[in-house]
Design a protein around this ligand. Structure first.
Ligand code: NAP
Ligand code: ZN
Ligand code: ZN
Length: 351
């Protein structure tokens, strides 16, 4: 076992604090990664605050992990010592169910093993990336292309893939009108990726305060949802809407913005439900869908796509002692557009 420094939530209501955690011995198919950067996803906050249900504490979160391989098990063939690698939202799956065999292990019928707050095969609770090292099965480790900096690569492992996957699945591209609701971590990546895919991109944000940024990141149009006219002006006008909002909103108002056969894909994960008025779906034969992260193969495809198109997230690098303040800023939609922790600043906890 390896004892490593980490930042953990002691409970749902207390700030995160420095601590140590144990990492398992490197098994035959495992790689040991020295983590350099970890992004802060809103899911980290939902999880530690118990928004999605009770979890075991202390809990280390973080599933946008980038670093260097420092040790490999005897049977590892995919990653060598010194390789630049990433780990996203899952670290294992059953590998034998219909969905795993179809290459959709994020939808593993037995449940994929989340990078944190999940029960691992050995019965322990997985601990995430706000830590100096992690041990992961090589099949769930991604190659980070040379042209993407470590810091920029981190948010791609969740925000990047969670938006790339539905955009690719629902064929965002030339001639497609795509709207992105909420311009935070996921939303700003959706704008960049949809633009690179060739779609016409519209941002629907609470206010116009990020308009200049949105247009700079690749949006063609930008509207404030606080302005009621937005919902009448844009009625029946999108082929695809990606909703990244972390809170409840009037989803029917957004569904009405879909054109014939349009789909609204919800990736935002508010604790409360989103009640649907079915008549809204009857109009224009609309669809309401969800999407969860992406497969390992698709995550690699996304990393290579971002390298090819020069896509990188807008990041704010922070030291570990700023994590709690960063959480408050994310909750206030005051993030431009992803906080990334410099893991070298995770200090040894006081004895
Ligand atoms: P984030 O950075 O906080 O972005 C969310 C954005 O939603 C905010 O920047 C804000 O954008 C908008 N927003 C927030 N509160 C709102 C409210 N009350 N009403 C309207 N708009 C509001 O969060 P994130 O990291 O991108 O994550 C977004 C959501 O996706 C979270 O719920 C997260 O758990 C979920 N998620 C899901 C998956 C998946 O696999 N499906 C993966 C990762 C994350 P504006 O200021 O521009 O309006
Ligand atoms: Zn995430
Ligand atoms: Zn499976």
């Amino acid at each position: 076992m390896l004892t490593v420094n980490a930042y953990a939530a002691p409970s749902a209501t207390e700030p995160l604090v420095p601590t140590t955690i144990e990492r398992r011995d490197v098994g035959p198919k495992d790689v040991l990664i020295e983590i350099h950067y970890a992004g802060i996803c809103h899911s980290d906050i939902h999880t530690v605050r118990g928004d999605w249900g009770t979890i075991a504490y202390p809990q280390v979160v973080g599933h946008e992990i980038v670093g260097v391989v420092t040790e490999v098990g005897a049977d590892v063939t995919k990653h060598a010592v010194g390789a630049r690698v990433g780990v996203g939202c899952m670290v294992n799956s059953c590998r034998e169910c219909e969905n795993c065999l179809a290459g959709a292990e994020q939808y593993c019928l037995k449940g994929n093993t989340g990078t944190y707050a999940a029960t691992d095969r050995d019965g322990t609770i997985t601990q995430g990336g706000y830590s100096t090292h992690i041990v992961v099965d090589e099949d769930f480790v991604l190659r980070v292309p040379e042209s993407i900096s470590y810091e920029a690569a981190a948010p791609l492992l969740c925000a990047g893939i969670t938006t790339y996957s539905p955009l690719a699945h629902w064929n965002a591209g030339p001639g497609k009108r795509v709207a992105v609701v909420g311009m935070g971590g996921l939303g700003h990546m959706a704008v960049k990726i949809a633009h690179a895919m060739g779609a016409e991109v519209t941002v629907l944000s609470q206010s116009l305060s990020k308009q200049e940024d949105g247009l700079r990141l690749g949006a063609d149009h930008y509207y404030a949802t606080s302005d009621k006219a937005t919902f009448s002006d844009l009625k029946n006008s999108f082929d695809l809407i990606i909703n990244t909002v972390s809170a409840q909103l009037d989803i029917n108002a957004y569904l009405k913005l879909l054109a014939l056969d349009g789909t609204l894909v919800n990736v935002g994960a508010p604790p409360e439900g989103l009640p649907i008025q079915v008549f809204t779906l009857f109009g224009n034969r609309r669809s309401f869908a969800g999407s969860s992260i992406g497969s390992i193969a698709e995550t690699q495809e996304m990393l290579d796509f971002c390298a090819e198109h020069g896509i990188a997230p807008e990041t704010e690098l922070i030291s570990a002692d700023y994590i709690n303040e960063a959480y408050e800023r994310v909750l206030k939609s005051d993030v431009r557009y992803r906080f990334v922790i410099d893991v070298a600043t995770i200090a040894t906890p006081a004895a």
